[in-house]
Ligand binder design. Sequence first.
Ligand code: SF4
Ligand code: SF4
Length: 162
Amino acid sequence: MVVKIFKGSFMENPSKLENLYAELEKLYQLLEKELTGLNPGCDRCGTCCDFRAFDHVLYASSIEVGLIARKAEIPDFNVADNICPFLKDNQCSIRDLRTLGCRIFYCNPSYKQILGEMYEKYYHMIKDLVIRYNVQWKYRPFLNHLVYFKQYHESLLFNKQA
Ligand code: SF4
Ligand code: SF4
């Protein structure tokens, strides 16, 4: 894949990207407060991070993965294994950085509807943020994103086609 990079105003003003990530982290904090109030329950067994075992596809947007790529090293991994490479000893090794889908997924079926609605709400808040900052909005399986970000890092955020 040939990736053409258009950094535009981010080259002139690198703090813009910092601001974008700061706003994303604030959204995550807001979400955590809502989830604490809801309390769907989770014993952090890590099973749902093994997508193969759980028959689950985790989707994420490029900006969520950009934040992870900025603050953590993406381990070598094989997409075909279908296990999140950040799962270490059944625990998330990047808990503060994890994606919207990671945060909102609970295996308790009683909360499926309300969590689905909450996901929609935050998905749109993140999308609005990305549109406001004029960076890439790409929504695809998390593991696929990680492959691209491992290779191209944050430059992907400035390429609307990648
Ligand atoms: S980032 Fe963390 S919470 Fe999300 S799937 Fe990976 S290990 Fe699980
Ligand atoms: S949501 Fe369920 S499967 Fe996932 S870590 Fe929590 S208890 Fe385990």
